[in-house]
Design a protein around this ligand. Structure first.
Ligand code: ZN
Length: 305
């Protein structure tokens, strides 16, 4: 009889520690080597690029809250040089939150609309269920640490020679501040979530995203970068080619044209969503989730007068 409470307590402790360990699941960062001095770190949010330069390291995107230190730990395995610069492709929490875990001396560079968005950290369209409270603003929680220190509007060059990075903004799409980060010596560009993979894009109208502009912005990127880059680091998928980018621009253009024609014909957004299927020629594209499909159609309807 005496032993039962002890056993109960032991079971309770075991259950508790299990719950804690599930919460603190190990944060595994996987490394993919693209070039001798360019790596992609996967897991924990958007794809992170690590560019090792003569005197330091530039990091593009820093994943979800709590993933900054795992990124720093993994970088230590690749190089003893210090991280000097962070570039965020856009404002979303799965691309910027790790910023707060980097040394406060690190330079943070973003497109100017993204700097404005990061002050507010408004959740992306469709990501917070009605009635649920949005996640806290991680930069407010950390007294502004990790916030942008420098911005650009259309183009900015950082460094020179083998270390050079060119930042471009080609217009609205996923948000109104999607930066394209080109490593010219390596002919590789990080596109962030304006090209997150072969899929129906997330159009974040809350942060200036646009279904009408995304085909133009993607086409401009292809025109500007098509002859100076070979490979694209996507926001969340595998690496893509410039032909993949051209196809993705065309896919978004066709989607826009189809949806605008349906609106003109007087169809409701719901009916348009019901009748749309992924065109068979877009092989390898992920089937559209019904909620994403309807949201994108509604955004295009709202933008089309
Ligand atoms: Zn995003």
């Amino acid at each position: 009889m005496k032993r039962i409470p002890v056993l109960t307590a032991l079971v309770a402790v075991a259950a508790l520690s299990y719950a804690v360990s599930a919460q603190q699941a190990p944060k595994v960062v996987e490394v993919e080597k693209l070039k001798d001095n360019l790596f992609v770190l996967k897991g924990g949010g958007g794809n992170t690029a690590v560019f090792i330069q003569a005197n330091g390291i530039t990091v593009v995107d820093t994943k979800n809250p709590g993933w900054g230190q795992p990124i720093l730990d993994k970088i230590k395995e690749l190089s003893a040089k210090p991280v000097t610069t962070i570039i965020n492709t856009h404002t979303h929490g799965d691309h910027v939150s790790g910023n707060v875990e980097f040394p406060a001396t690190v330079d943070v560079v973003v497109q100017e609309n993204t700097a404005a968005n990061m002050k507010k950290m408004v959740p992306a369209t469709g990501t917070v269920q009605p009635g649920a409270s949005p996640p806290p603003n991680i930069f407010e929680q950390n007294n502004g640490r990790g916030m942008p220190k420098r911005t650009f509007k259309d183009k900015m060059t950082l460094g020179s020679g083998a270390d050079r990075i060119d930042l471009y903004y080609f217009g609205r799409g996923h948000t109104n501040g999607d930066a394209w980060v080109l490593f010219p010596a390596l002919r590789v560009v990080h596109a962030g979530d304006i090209f997150s993979g072969k899929n129906l894009p997330l159009l974040d109208a809350n942060n200036g995203g646009s279904g009408v502009e995304i085909p133009n912005s993607l086409a401009k990127a292809h025109t500007a970068l098509g002859k100076i880059a070979d490979a694209i680091i996507t926001g969340h998928s595998t690496e893509m080619t410039m032909n993949d980018l051209q196809e993705y621009a065309q896919f978004n253009r066709e989607f826009l044209t189809t949806v605008q024609a349906a609106k003109k014909a007087g169809k409701s957004a719901e009916d348009t969503a019901k009748s749309w299927t992924m065109p068979a020629k877009y092989t390898g594209y992920t089937a559209a989730a019904p909620a994403r499909l309807l949201a994108n159609i509604q955004i295009i309807y709202n933008e089309t007068k």
